[in-house]
Design a protein around this ligand. Structure first.
Ligand code: UDX
Length: 444
């Protein structure tokens, strides 16, 4: 029998998972407590930018296999499998993750579960959460032990969300301790992901805490890799060496590998920064805080890149931003996304503004979100517009349109030809040949 799926929480993770599972032929009902979001999704209007996702959403709606609701009653009646995809942001003023949304979703759903079903956690949660939720579910669901909780972490990257969902590197299934429930849950998950498993995607079964840890340790490793190369950038700056050459040379060692070894302004976004902080907080609760003290360093190296960027720009302007004009290219935390959560680019723009600079920002997709997050900044209509009259231009998010910019065309717009390449995305020779004073993080 074909399983009917509900997706609880329709942010990046949930909306993508819903559209992809409908595309794979399942009947899918997406649920969110945000009525406006549900109205937009139901109308085929994706509330965020993600390449390839909106056509898939519309295809799902048109097929009749994909629908959205705000009603837990409808979801509980509909679903054989309920995916938990709600957010776990950082708590205000603390490192720990805020589990309000996860707890609220289980509290709302559980009392309505009258028949056997699988609840599949996909949200990124502190280790131990799944076991706690499993107990809450069994206690509150009329179906009792027939409502089974598993953990199936999601590793999708913004900008590649569809591809990562349909062609994941691996599928991790954290199963309950009780053997009968575990066997049943594994069988259901294998059916759901049969196409991917058939195409060779590894399917790993673990216990609940290991599955939760796979996700956060993967993000901790990626963050560490980025901060490692950015620490090398700091040393390169002190030693007058070139971190881009260093990174290129390291990458040929396939034990090291070149991915996530890109030096620059560092990581931001809705995942890496808050996930490493929540991981440290959880390790502390478990008495294992020493094991993760290095992540504090990873976080600090990352945050220092933003300060260094501001310092470099100020230095190019002779020591002060007062009365000077700064053109900022990029606001999203990375290209191909309109997400500005913990964006290094927007953080740098805001600090320069706070230090008295006149800052004009342009981003191909993140203008609406950037305006809402930092309303005191000025915004341009294009890269040329943001650079108009600038004493220094900062490239802070490496969108293709910025990488491909013509230095001569930009030269016509600015007051002074100073550029700082915060992402090591430009060719220094080309910019210098066009008369620019080119500076970058980690390069002489
Ligand atoms: C990340 C993980 O990759 C994904 O597996 C997880 O599920 C969610 O978190 P995402 O936040 O979409 O995904 O972004 P990612 O592509 O990982 O980039 C994170 C940040 O690192 C960006 O700000 C990016 O600019 C920065 N980065 C990445 C670098 O500074 N250097 C690099 O070499 C790579």
């Amino acid at each position: 029998m074909t399983q009917r799926l509900t997706i609880i929480g329709t942010g990046y993770l949930g909306a993508t998972h819903a559209a992809c599972m409908a595309d794979l032929g399942f009947e899918v009902l997406g649920l969110d407590v945000d009525e406006e979001r549900i109205a937009r999704l139901s109308a085929g209007d994706l509330p965020f930018y993600e390449p390839g996702l909106e056509p898939m959403l519309r295809r799902g709606l048109a097929s009749g296999r994909l629908r959205f609701t705000t009603s837990y009653g409808e979801a509980a009646g509909f679903g054989d499998v309920h995916f938990l995809c709600v957010g776990t942001p950082q708590k205000a003023g603390e490192y720990a993750a805020d589990l309000t949304y996860v707890d609220a979703a289980v509290a709302a759903l559980a009392p309505l579960l009258h028949r056997p079903c699988l609840v599949v956690g996909k949200s990124t949660v502190p280790v131990g959460t799944a076991a706690r939720l499993a107990a809450a579910l069994a206690g509150a669901a009329p179906a009792g032990g027939d409502a089974v909780l598993v953990w199936n972490p999601e590793f999708l990257r913004e900008g590649f969300a569809v591809q990562d969902t349909l062609h994941p590197d691996r599928i991790v299934a954290g199963l309950p301790a009780e053997q009968g429930a575990a066997d049943h849950a594994e069988k259901l998950l294998r059916e759901l992901y049969a196409g991917m498993i058939g195409a060779g995607v590894p399917f790993l079964t673990t216990d609940l805490p290991t599955a939760e840890l796979v996700k956060v340790s993967a993000n901790a490793f990626l963050a560490t890799k980025i901060s490692f190369i950015n620490a090398m950038a700091e040393v390169c700056e002190a030693a007058h060496a070139d971190v881009t050459k260093l990174s290129e040379a390291l990458a040929y060692d396939d034990r090291i590998g070149g991915r996530f070894l890109g030096p620059g302004l560092g990581f931001g976004g809705g995942c890496l920064p808050k996930d490493i902080r929540a991981f440290m907080a959880r390790a502390g609760e478990l008495g294992a805080d020493q094991a993760l003290t290095f992540l504090r360093e990873v976080d600090q190296i990352n945050m220092r890149r933003r300060v260094r960027m501001v310092d470099l720009a100020r230095q190019l302007l002779g020591g002060s931003f007062a009365g000077r004009t700064v053109g900022v290219l990029g606001a999203a935390f990375k290209p191909n996304s309109d997400d500005v959560r913990d964006s290094p680019a927007l953080d740098v723009a805001a600090s320069i503004r706070a230090q008295g600079g006149r800052v004009t920002v342009y981003d191909p997709k993140a203008m609406g979100n950037a305006r809402r997050a930092q309303p005191e900044l000025d915004f341009g209509e294009s890269a040329l517009d943001a650079a108009a009259g600038a004493h220094v231009v900062l490239l802070l998010t490496e969108w293709a349109e910025f990488r491909d910019m013509d230095p001569a065309a930009l030269a016509g717009a600015v007051a002074e030809r100073n550029i700082v390449d915060g992402r090591n995305a430009l060719d220094p020779e080309r910019w210098r040949a066009a008369g620019w004073n080119y500076r970058a993080l980690g390069r002489p």
